[in-house]
Design a protein around this ligand. Structure first.
Ligand SMILES: Cc1cc2nc3c(=O)[nH]c(=O)nc-3n(C[C@H](O)[C@H](O)[C@H](O)COP(=O)(O)OP(=O)(O)OC[C@H]3O[C@@H](n4cnc5c(N)ncnc54)[C@H](O)[C@@H]3O)c2cc1C
Length: 606
């Protein structure tokens, strides 16, 4: 049937039938979305879009003197502009009534058929292209619903990629997203990561199913005194209680999440980016400034322009340089006084002793005597995820100047990990001395390492503190830091990455809503960003207080011999006593450990 014939056939139908078919099309779109198991928040958004779209359809139909002509590939913004001008979108050959404009609104890209997103290392030509593109936009900047919002994301870590993926999947026509990542595509992505339920929903919304990468049954933490067979503390919901309907939250264990491989998640996020998203690797962002028209200009390492954008999102992690756009130096992240000497073990189940290997699952901690016998040392192991036998092995080191440790180990620098065999040998020598009083099997764990890294653990001050140090004039900027760039917490909080993914999810929702309003401007986005900055920061505050309160355990660890060591002292930084109100924490941990006793503490389950 030709297009004209189709339109004639459509016109011949009664108006109510036309409306019903349009509504059916909208429903069909929604069931397609449901079939892809959208995250709950996303489903809410789509429900809002659906009702709005249905309303638009009805308005449109009531205004049109005759049936509209449909263009395959017409998008909702185009649909809205057609609505504003009072004219339907231009007809396209072969398009029939079922090619509703609404069908393309936030439709899922077909994974199999989609070409890969544009990724490259920047050449001068690429950057010139990127600049030309944004300058072109600037000249044509009219803030109507049809205008694409150009979004620059500094940092291709979990939060930046989740934001880009969500915008690209749900509103590809509304946003033009460019990610600037300082590292190479094949850079070290880190290791295990316990992803919370909320963070899983955010990843799912961005097109990644984290469950694929999770290690079933690894949602537990076990802490041992080195050489002892029974654990000191076990944080785990025993399966027999689960079968009785007990939930993790009832025992305060809801933050014991399944081990997931971080690099797999990041790679999957990159793969699920739509082709319209540009990823520039090996590109460092050093500064963002606003021009007289309200656009944000990004500057590279050498001060050259990397383009102008309507919105800049800083997702560049705990040591963000861009954060200074919003906060002064006083609100920078600060060093917690602790380093992690982190190494990767390729297959500890093969290289460790049978005794240690049997204790591995989820997160495992071993405590043993310091070399002088006066204090206690901590070694932690964290599994990568389901597809990998690898583990991260970390030694926690309290040291005022982490550079001294880097110099002592003769690492190239504080950034990046090393797999240089000589450097790894120096790590083993260092560990041999430091853990000299541990049973030998625990030192030998380090014989199986394949890379090592010194992580300076940093965190940000509270929101209240940060707000005392805002950069003058920054309230009005369409600039927002998210994730670790805004509110980093130490790894032992177990939540910093989870909050980061929630930020990306909520920011995507807010940007889509802002675009939907139709009259967005850099001012309206800046106002929204200040609200989000507050919300994102405040949700981390309880955990920040806990972490700050428990952080300085240096004295306890250096002055408590292993025979007196207790987990609660590690948390509260003081010897445990029955008179202390904090005994409730000790009581809780003992109770959960006791419950696990009837299930052999879960040892040997994995
Ligand atoms: C050992 C360890 C274990 C952890 N375990 C957990 C856990 O179990 N659960 C949890 O929730 N969290 C955990 N975390 C924290 C979690 O990894 C971070 O919170 C999370 O990675 C933050 O994501 P992000 O995208 O905000 O920042 P990042 O992951 O830091 O990503 C920032 C990206 O920006 C890039 N970048 C930096 N500067 C620039 C620049 N100037 N220009 C361009 N690009 C730049 C970086 O190369 C990087 O790719 C752990 C962290 C560590 C170190």
């Amino acid at each position: 049937m030709t297009n004209d014939a189709t339109a004639a056939c459509w016109r011949s139908q009664p108006r109510r039938m036309q409306r019903d078919r349009m509504a059916d099309a909208t429903d069909a779109q929604c069931s397609m979305l449901n079939a892809h198991e959208r995250a709950p928040k996303c489903q809410e958004n789509m429900a809002a879009y659906r009702s709005r779209a249905t309303q638009d359809t009805q308005d449109w139909l009531s205004r049109l003197p005759s049936a509209p002509s449909f263009q395959s590939g017409t998008t909702a913004p185009e649909c809205q502009s057609a609505l504003q001008s009072g004219k339907p979108a231009a007809p396209a050959a072969g398009a029939g009534p079922t090619a509703s404009p609404l069908l393309n609104w936030g439709a899922f890209p077909t994974r199999n058929k989609r070409p890969a997103p544009r990724t490259w290392g920047p050449s001068p030509l690429d950057l010139a292209d990127a600049r030309r593109g944004s300058n072109h936009k600037q000249k044509n900047m009219s803030k109507s619903p049809t205008t694409t919002i150009t979004v620059a994301i500094a940092g291709g870590g979990p939060s930046g990629l989740t934001l880009a993926g969500t915008l690209g999947r749900e509103a590809p026509e509304c946003f033009e997203v460019t990610i600037f990542e300082r590292g190479a595509k094949d850079r070290d992505q880190g290791a295990g990561w316990d992803v919370s339920a909320e963070a899983q929903a955010s990843l799912q919304r961005a097109g990644v199913n984290p469950q694929v990468y999770q290690c079933p049954g690894s949602d537990n933490m076990r802490f041992y005194k080195a050489g002892e067979s029974d654990p000191l503390t076990v944080l785990r919901l025993p399966p027999y209680l689960e079968r009785l309907g007990v939930k993790k939250a009832y025992l305060g264990l809801d933050e014991c999440n399944l081990e997931t491989e971080r690099s797999k998640i990041i790679n999957a996020l990159v793969e699920s980016l739509p082709p319209s998203t540009t990823v520039l690797y090996d590109t460092v962002i050093s500064e963002a400034t606003q021009d007289s028209e309200g656009k944000m200009e990004l500057l590279g390492r050498d001060g050259s322009s990397l383009g102008k954008f309507d919105v800049v999102v800083d997702a560049s992690g705990v040591s963000s340089r861009l954060r200074r756009t919003r906060f002064t130096e006083e609100a920078d992240s600060y060093y917690t006084g602790k380093c992690l000497l982190r190494s990767t073990m390729d297959n500890p189940r093969k290289t460790c002793s049978a005794e240690i290997s049997s204790k591995l699952s989820g997160t495992t901690g071993f405590y043993g005597p310091s070399s002088d016998g006066l204090g206690t040392e901590e070694v932690m192991l964290q599994r990568f995820g389901v597809h990998s036998p690898k583990y991260t092995l970390s030694l926690t080191i309290s040291i005022q100047d982490p550079q001294r440790l880097v110099d002592q180990l003769k690492f190239e620098g504080i950034h990046g990990s090393t797999n240089d065999p000589e450097a790894l040998q120096r790590v083993k020598d260092y560990v041999d001395k430091r853990l000299a009083a541990f049973p030998s099997g625990y030192r030998e764990m380090f014989d199986g390492i394949s890379s090592a890294h010194v992580t300076r653990v940093k965190m940000h001050p509270s929101y209240e503190e940060a707000m005392k140090s805002t950069t003058p004039g920054s309230d009005e900027l369409p600039f927002l830091s998210i994730g670790d760039a805004l509110h980093a917490l130490p790894p032992w909080s177990g939540m910093s990455g989870n909050y980061s993914l929630q930020d990306a999810n909520d920011l995507a929702t807010a940007l889509i809503e802002e675009h939907q309003k139709g009259d967005w401007s850099s001012e309206s986005i800046a106002i929204k960003f200040r609200e989000l900055e507050k919300d994102f920061s405040l949700r981390t505050e309880d955990r920040r207080k806990e972490v700050a309160w428990t952080m300085d355990d240096k004295d306890y660890m250096s002055s408590t011999p292993i025979k007196d060591f207790a987990m609660v002292g590690r948390i509260t930084n003081k010897p445990w006593s029955w008179k202390d109100p904090l005994q409730v924490i000790a009581g809780f941990m003992r109770f959960v450990t006791f419950l696990n006793r009837f299930d052999n503490y879960g040892v040997g389950v994995l």
